[in-house]
Design a protein around this ligand. Structure first.
Ligand SMILES: CCCCCCCCCCCCC/C=C/[C@@H](O)[C@H](CO)NC(=O)CCCCCCCCCCCCCCC
Ligand SMILES: Nc1ncnc2c1ncn2[C@@H]1O[C@H](COP(=O)(O)OP(=O)(O)OP(=O)(O)O)[C@@H](O)[C@H]1O
Ligand SMILES: [Ca+2]
Length: 497
């Protein structure tokens, strides 16, 4: 027994000092905290094997093993029973998951990443899975919307990028609204939150949702967040045009620069993730601006502003905002900005990604019911480059005379020249007109009348849109970015999950 305790205590530092509370006189003990980290327990010839989650550098999590020897059979049984009881008490952990793999996302490694890195971990944690490798775009969305037997599952996992995640969100949100008789076409309707959590195994080009909710794009780390049953609520924006539902957005709604980058990059999918840099460079040189009016409802009843130095981190709790405000009621508080813009961006979360580790709006929150509306007015190429460059450092990209940022609950955009339903025709005519003019004056610097909205990596068919934020409509298997412990501290008790 003495040897057993020594082994345990030698291992304690890896979990927590509270790992074992032992009374040697009565030989009673309790195990706590550690159970959060354990993902597998096995007994073989009197030896107890535990697999557990351990933190590594830069928000990475890894799976490790520890072995306990105990010659006392009764004590051994007590240990196993206690740990099993603790594990059973962890009801937030998923047991059965529905997994969708996009074999064509990012560098087309989705299937390989899942088979080699994720499936073995799920098996080790006794999680059963139904796996669907998608055969075409919107396969996962339509399956979730109409066919999937959702009652069988504790969560849905997607292996792919932001586009694949967006499919899952559209499938789940639409299904939930249909099941609850909610009309998605009404912009004022309060949507019903989805009950199933979503896991993202990053295998795309940007993977911004994963990066901004976990802190790193690493399939093993994301799989471990699913296994331990983390839960991170997230805001979702609904986008409408003339009382018709268009799409949901979770990360970026971008008109002008990011719309044009996406439109150009879609034609270069064969380039893989590098297409964004190529199209980004090209769009930067093109330097188009767009005219229009942005009206918005500022979020006045919240703590924090987009210019704060605070960041949305794990453990930051926001109460769900129960008032999804109907437009007429709040018409009074709306502000309007008119002008010529290089970019109009709405970031419902930081949009941090490897290209921009702090993101488009570093202080944005994942689940506060607001989106940060960033307006970049027409300026010189040099100034726009300065603004873009600040996304790659800690400098404040909003501290420039041509940039303004508002934390809002709703907003509308109306492009200049926009007239009701004929907007699309105008868009086409506008393009023709523009190309005609530019053929006639090749050196002119005029811009086309319309850009496109980049809605989480999808192009929207209308320029005039109305957007509302739905607070905490979905939940992810994540916990937000954790404050990073020093590497020396990783073996410290405070580092228990
Ligand atoms: C000078 C370097 C400046 C770098 C500035 C980088 C800022 C990058 C901010 C990225 C924000 C991504 C937000 C996430 C959006 C996702 O829902 C969506 C779907 O995956 N991804 C994109 O639309 C993909 C959007 C990808 C946009 C890439 C833009 C690259 C710009 C490059 C400009 C080069 C100018 C060089 C001049 C010499
Ligand atoms: N089997 C498939 N064949 C073709 N397209 C698919 C298939 N499955 C999913 N898709 C579509 O592929 C698009 C891109 O996928 P995904 O988001 O996984 O990768 P990505 O675009 O490289 O990454 P990111 O969105 O992070 O930039 C998605 O919009 C999705 O609808
Ligand atoms: Ca938000």
């Amino acid at each position: 027994v003495g040897h057993c305790w020594r082994t345990i205590f030698r291992s304690c530092h890896r979990f927590s000092s509270n790992f074992v509370n032992c009374n040697l006189a009565t030989q009673t003990f309790t195990v706590f905290l550690i159970s959060n980290s354990i993902i597998h327990l096995a007994l073989c010839f009197g030896v107890l094997y535990l697999s557990y989650v351990e933190r590594a550098r830069q928000h990475r999590w890894r799976c490790s093993d520890v072995t306990f020897h105990c010659s006392d059979g009764v004590l051994r049984q007590q240990w196993i029973q206690t740990i099993r009881e603790q594990l059973t008490a962890l009801t937030s952990r998923p047991k059965h998951l529905l997994v969708y793999i996009n074999p064509y996302g990012g560098k087309q490694q989705g299937e390989c990443i899942y088979e080699q890195k994720v499936a073995p971990l799920f098996a080790c944690a006794s999680i059963s899975t139904d796996v669907i490798v998608t055969e075409h775009a919107n396969h996962a969305r339509d399956h979730l919307k109409t066919e999937a037997e959702l009652k069988k599952y504790d969560g849905v996992v997607c292996v792919g990028g932001d586009g694949m995640f967006s499919e899952i969100v559209h499938g789940l949100v639409s299904r939930t609204q249909r099941d609850n008789g909610v009309d998605q076409n009404s912009p004022e309707e309060k949507l019903v939150p989805c009950s199933l959590r979503i896991g993202i195994i990053p295998a795309g080009s940007t993977d911004c949702i994963c990066y901004a909710t976990v802190g790193i794009n690493d399939p093993v780390t994301s799989a471990l967040h699913v296994i331990v049953g983390d839960s991170q609520p997230m805001d979702v924006c609904s986008v409408h045009h003339n009382n018709t539902f268009l799409r949901y957005s979770i990360s970026l709604l971008g008109y002008g620069f990011y719309g044009d980058v996406l439109a150009d990059s879609e034609r270069k999918r064969w380039m893989g993730p590098a297409r964004y840099d190529f199209s980004g460079f090209k769009t930067f040189l093109t330097h188009h601006h767009y005219e229009g009016a942005v009206s918005f409802l500022p979020a006045t009843d919240i703590l924090g502003t987009p210019r704060d130095k605070t960041r949305c981190r794990a453990g930051y709790v926001t109460l769900p905002n129960l008032c999804f405000c109907s437009i007429p009621e709040y018409e009074v508080g709306w502000g309007v900005v008119r002008g010529k813009f290089l970019a109009i961006n709405a970031a419902s979360m930081s949009c941090a990604c490897p290209r921009s580790p702090m993101g488009l709006s570093p202080a944005a929150h994942l689940a506060d019911g607001t989106t940060d509306l960033i307006l970049v007015r027409k300026c010189s190429r040099f100034n726009f480059l300065r603004h873009l460059l600040r996304h790659t450092s800690k400098d404040d990209q909003f501290d420039m005379t041509f940039v303004e940022v508002h934390r809002v609950r709703r907003f509308r955009f109306t492009p200049r020249h926009c007239q009701n339903d004929s907007e699309l025709d105008l868009r086409e005519n506008g393009k023709q007109l523009f190309s005609q003019i530019c053929r006639d004056h090749p050196a002119c610097s005029c811009s086309p009348a319309y850009s496109s909205w980049n809605c989480d990596g999808e192009i929207l068919p209308h320029a005039a849109i109305e957007v509302g934020v739905h607070c905490q409509l979905i939940k992810l298997f994540a916990r937000g970015i954790e404050e990073q412990p020093l590497f020396e501290d990783l073996a410290n008790p405070q580092c228990a999950l």
